[in-house]
Design a protein around this ligand. Sequence first.
Ligand SMILES: Cc1ncc(C[n+]2csc(CCOP(=O)(O)OP(=O)(O)O)c2C)c(N)n1
Ligand code: SF4
Ligand SMILES: [Mg+2]
Length: 351
Amino acid sequence: MTYLAKPKFYHPALPKNELGYTHRDYEGSVSTLCAGCGHDSISGAIIQACFELSVEPHKVAKLSGIGCSSKTPTYFLGHSHGFNSVHGRMPSVLTGANLANRDLIYLGVSGDGDSASIGIGQFVHAIRRGVNMLYIVENNGVYGLTKGQFSATADRGSKSKRGAVNSDSSVDLVAMALQVGATFVARSFSGDKRQLVPLIKAAIEHRGAAFIDVISPCIAFNNHVGSTKSFDYVREHNIAVNRLDFITGRAPIHVDYAPGAVEIVEQHDGSRLALRKVAPEYDPHNRLSAMNYLQERAAAGEIVTGLLYVEHDSSDLHEHLNTVETPLNALDTEELCPGSQALDQINAGLR
Ligand SMILES: Cc1ncc(C[n+]2csc(CCOP(=O)(O)OP(=O)(O)O)c2C)c(N)n1
Ligand code: SF4
Ligand SMILES: [Mg+2]
């Protein structure tokens, strides 16, 4: 697709956030993805979430692997730090960056091929370590960039564009994230911005490993009858367990839901989630029952979306390792290298 630069001017009446930035300040380059690709809607939701949260663009680091999904960080937050790593290796690069500088918001963007096939080991370990990040998988069930082969998240029995039937069992990244200890887990749909934007906002403010699996149809290779990741299929089988409103700071909460059907969940930074329970029996604070519920509904052919699990007293890798609060690039030589005497003492302590 031809690259066209976006015009820099915009309407003076465009809404501004607390920092005085407009939505345009959170955009990136013009997308080169296929028109109608679900991934572009996710980029739009990230832009919206960061605008509404009044995030400082230079306080964000976007990291990705390889794939159409992993290309998307170029199309949002053009003033943020970005690193397009190797296929399946985003989680370890993100972990290293996070350890070196804990002051940034880490946004890992990946695909189902990138995270559930070649990068599955990296995915699991970054989550189980509790790296403070928002990890988004743009899940279309295929390797879109390399022309539509089944990925590991393709459902058994689903059909490729040319009619081949997938005989392999699928990997459910939500189930894996829950099993290895993610403290915020959600699933959403690229076609449901109303659900996705508050989930992204809440996940950005969450401390620890936050994971969102976003079903994101590939219109070029996986949007036909027989696919379980097409727009039509997901719309027909999507069952939301809750709806979320995200409230920053201590602002009063005005929710228009029936009392009793709303739960307020506090996060460590004082932000709050107003959780409207659509399925009253669903408890997003119980890891085990969430895992059972998701398996049960998947067996019935439903795609459960919403905030699936949240731990409000969550911690992260820095807390586990008791690391220094100052980013490494802000420490001086003496602090970074305490000298041979200190090293002798450490060695003596190990004898
Ligand atoms: C080490 C390595 N192996 C294989 C490839 C080829 N390759 C590029 S993207 C990709 C899969 C991308 O699929 P996914 O992560 O689902 O992204 P999508 O394009 O579907 O958004 C593969 C296999 C590669 N670039 N590097
Ligand atoms: S090939 Fe599929 S995933 Fe890639 S840009 Fe096109 S629609 Fe999106
Ligand atoms: Mg894919």
